[in-house]
Ligand binder design. Structure first.
Ligand code: 5GP
Ligand code: MN
Ligand code: MN
Length: 325
């Protein structure tokens, strides 16, 4: 990673110049948490014109609306001043920048912070560590190199990012993750309170919706007795019936991936008619990032995603042969 180039790019920008921070479409805890934590760090350095955004509908998931720094969030900027610097968080592929992808072609230098092995390579300086548990690990390292001391607001953002991407430390493979968590908690944040807000709070309608979506799950044991596949889907009509926003569906992959008889779990979430956000999870036997990449998406070995088309059955029919390959 080109830390020195990233530090130099940030240090060369005037403190009153416009800096834009961008994370991926349908942002998750790591996208928003690493972006806002870093934005607060820049504010501590004296930057005064910070705007944080993401492509598509301006729909911040409820659990993240109260994150420190969320006052810096603005809808996809159309007519704003040309930025002097662009920072991009948790974005593995330009397609995840939606309508903001054209920002990469402007005059402003672009620094990317990410942790996807499937990173496609864009931006002027890229800090991409596939071994990092979350983009917030990369953000913490860059803040340290910039001389920004951790405080409770920055720490809360980075902690939310770290716990969402590690499944509350279930997917950790390095003690450094807990070292970072310890440093964050030492600022005085409350892990229990943050966990309750982030993972254990949902509207009644979201629970009822989950009941329906999980109730229609299909288990397909593999003929050879090998990799079973468990999948389900949710439509926009399901969301409307229960008065819920799309992000409430993102939690449903967790109970689905726990099915003992399956090695691979899939949740297919309708975006627009015939277009679906597909979440894939593997227990280790299958590399779902390869499956997702073959279908135009990406991610990590054990957690990946892509945009699918047709019916849920059509989506599964595209996935199944790739798992058998
Ligand atoms: P999730 O299923 O939680 O939405 O995403 C799991 C992982 O797959 C994340 O690391 C995410 O970045 C990646 N991912 C999900 N959807 C897409 C997609 O459409 N394109 C790409 N390139 N990656 C995706
Ligand atoms: Mn993400
Ligand atoms: Mn991430």
């Amino acid at each position: 990673a080109d830390w020195d180039a990233a530090v130099a790019a940030i240090r060369s920008v005037a403190l009153d110049a416009e800096v834009q921070l961008i994370c991926h479409v349908n942002p998750d805890g790591d996208a928003l948490g690493s972006m806002l934590g870093f934005a607060l760090g820049l504010r501590r350095l004296g930057f005064t014109r910070l705007r944080a955004t993401f492509p598509g509908e301006f729909d911040v998931p409820e659990p993240y609306r109260a994150l420190p720094g969320s006052e810096l969030l603005v809808p996809e900027p159309g007519a704003y001043a040309a930025p002097a610097l662009i920072l991009i968080f948790d974005v593995a592929a330009e397609s995840r920048l939606g309508g903001l992808a054209d920002r990469l072609d402007g005059d402003a230098p672009v620094v990317v912070l990410d942790h996807h092995a499937s990173f496609t390579g864009f931006g002027d300086v890229s800090l991409v560590d596939p071994a990092a548990a979350a983009t917030s690990v990369v953000a913490d390292e860059l803040l340290t190199r910039l001389g920004v001391p951790l405080d409770a607001e920055i720490a809360e953002c980075l902690y939310v990012a770290l716990t969402t991407d590690t499944g509350s430390f279930k997917f950790v493979r390095s003690p450094s993750v807990h070292s970072l968590a310890a440093r964050l908690i030492a600022t005085g944040i409350s892990p229990a309170e943050i966990a309750r807000r982030t993972f254990d709070t949902r509207p009644f309608g979201a629970m009822k919706l989950a009941g329906e979506v999980l109730g229609r799950a299909v288990l397909e044991p593999s003929a050879a007795g090998g990799r079973g596949l468990v999948w389900t889907y949710a439509t926009t009509a399901d969301l409307e019936r229960h008065g819920q926003r799309p992000y409430v569906l993102d939690a449903l992959i967790d109970p689905v991936r726990g099915v003992a008889e399956a090695d691979v779990a899939v949740v297919i979430k309708e975006l627009t008619p015939g277009e679906w956000a597909v979440s894939l999870r593997s227990k280790g036997g299958a590399d779902v990032s390869a499956v997702a990449a073959a279908l135009g998406g990406g991610g990590h070995r054990l957690a990946a995603g892509f945009t699918g088309h047709g019916t849920p059955e059509d989506v599964i029919a595209r996935i199944r042969p790739l798992l058998e390959a």
